[in-house]
Design a protein around this ligand. Sequence first.
Ligand code: MIG
Length: 810
Amino acid sequence: MAEIFENPPQIDSNYEPLGAAELVDHDGGSLRLKAGSTIVEVSALAPDLFRVGAFPDGSTPGYDSEAIAKQEWGTVEVSMERSDKEITLSTSAATAHVSLDPLRVSFADASGRSLAADDEEFGMGFSRRPDADVFTQPLGPSPRLYKRREEGERYFGCGERTSGLEKTGSHQIFWNVDPPLGHTASFNNLYTSIPFVFSMTKGRAHGLLFDDPGRIEFDLALEDEDRSYYGAEGGNLVYYVFCGPTPGDVLDRYTELTGRTPMPPLWSLGNQQCRYSYMDEDEVREVARNFRERDIPCDVIHLDIHYMDGYRVFTWNEERFPEPEKLMSELREQGFRVVTIVDPGVKVDENYPVYTEGHERDLFCKTGVGEEYHNAVWPGICAFPDFTNAETREWWGANHSALLDVGVAGIWCDMNEPSLFIPRQSTMPGDVVHPGDDDPKFHAQIHNAYGSLMARAARAGLLKLRPGERPFVITRAGYAGLQRHAMQWTGDNSSWWEHLWMSMPQLQNLGLSGVAWAGVDIGGFGGDANAELLARWAEFGAFQPFCRNHTAIGTRRQEPWAFGEPCESVYRKMMKLRQRLLPYLYSLFEECHRTGAPILRPLLFEYPEDETTYTADDEFLLGDALLVAPITRSGIEHRHVYLPRGCWFHYWTGERFDGPAHVLAHAPLGQPPLYVKANTAVPMAPDMAHTGEGTWDPLTLLLYPTAGADESVLYEDAGDGFDYEDGEYARRTVSCEEAAGSVTVRLSERLGSFVPQRQELRLELRGFGSAPESVEVNGEGADSSYDEETGTVIVSLGETESVITVEIVR
Ligand code: MIG
């Protein structure tokens, strides 16, 4: 099957675009056409979402896919117009134009802007080798799609990538691998595959998801700057077009289709610590003790593969971890939770119940001749669960009881590309068989979904074993939609400045591809970190949705204290800042859960009309209120920062900047360039060693008022469990407006039935040159103070559910 892994040329000589088509049926928002022996369907699923499917040679139309969370879309109001040459389907927000001879499909948004238009010449179709049979083209004809690149269109997204944010002029491969260390710009595909292109055209966004869990390639205006190409190997051609026009519209619809990020347990937003591996109970205790003694916030410690008995999944190594339950309850008393790694490979061992049960129940992948497929991984020779089978997933999920029963809090799915040792860092041969639920598939047909399916099994297992708790599952591999099962960490980066820089575009593109809950290993995994690199990495890492320090076996120690001062103090300061920012971060997670908005987001998400933001990928926004521009080079204390329109305040010095502006930031160690948007409240918790130490009392709303107005949202709930789904949350909008020297801060009514346990809400208003003339809360004199040195006004408010209005006259 080697041929199917070759890079196909963008336009190969065996390609035949679909020709003339005729309408055979239509129904509400859907058209069914026939072009030769190919059935083509064009459907409006929502006003701004269309789906196109092409099914060759009589194959039955169908859209089941691991990427898709929502299949039933209800009826969309569509008007259809028909002529001999063209059929149009118009919704309230967009139009699909289907021209019939030859068949070409294009789209437009409400303003008439053309998007995702088929290339006139090449359109869509299939590549068939003239002598094609099961040996030369085992997966059948190969779907190909050619789209025009609109004038000024620029490409982003594509999931986990090396190099910069913009992907215009690039070749993208989607095929999950465990790549060797390095991950330089010459690396293409990594651990996850999200074949979703997020396009910006002169301020307007749209998206295209090309759905196929086998190998996919895109050419994003590389070979021809006026054209993009999308191709798979075998199967049907299915793609979705998101018409926007704002970045938020695209992500909202994309995550409605592929699934939303679940609400995280609050503890999983705390700082986390890992090493490959903490070798025994004493070493884990020692790490925990250091965090508390050194006053560095930390919520989670991870156990890598050495906790297992001979790397057998769902077991404990009795020498290294003789009393896991005791260890975990001790750690829990100190406010730590434990996450354990789980790999898919199950050791072939007749005395190991996980293997014998999986074998007896026939739950593993097979070779072409029906034998259990084996390969080597950490435990030696292993069998591999067929996660395409629902029974396998249920069995796998239930096996997590061996970990959860002794107190493990979360599960870290590794090696699930899957990564195999023979040959080194390879993956399953394409002709391995997944027997599935009576629908056997070759591995090549489902490869990219394997990691997602493993994560799905873990999440479902955790939900079943602990129904009242929010699962915490990390995955390395996955496919589009993985965000509904797990968060993603980006695998084996290296302790390089280049990788500290790359973390930003990498996480921003993941965010534009639906995977907002993500993070890179702080300090870098491969190779040795040093004091300055680790300190600077913490200055960036504290702002990641997932904040974990991790490093490989045999490398230098990388705990926050490993390099002494000043690194340790910088690390402490940054983790304390993260801990204080948790109410803000948690509110962003809730926004993401509800709307798909990225948490760590590129500037273009908020300022799409400003094309300077399209290349500003060495800085990012956390929500819409914080702009972070980390230092990513050794030995420097200054860097360029682009501030988009609006007014920004430097967090450490209070200096004011009016954007759009290019500024030179001074950033000595411990003061990464961090800017707060004017009039946008940033909710902050008190100092704590871990998330469970206390309630958010007082909860401080940090604000920099200035002429103009803006608002933000504060969301709270129990921090775990599912009562929020029944209305047990507390949400309020905080608006801040300044006109003629008079500042009005208004907290809306508190919505929802959750009652925050605290005495005090506090406003911290910065940027006051002198004591305010007057401060009133709900029209009466207020409990307030002014600090001359920092120019800060503090106003103390009780916690009530009604509207609170604060008036400050400068
Ligand atoms: O072959 O479990 O990316 O985080 O420490 C290496 C050992 C397997 C790869 C993961 C890394 C983890 C390591 N794993």
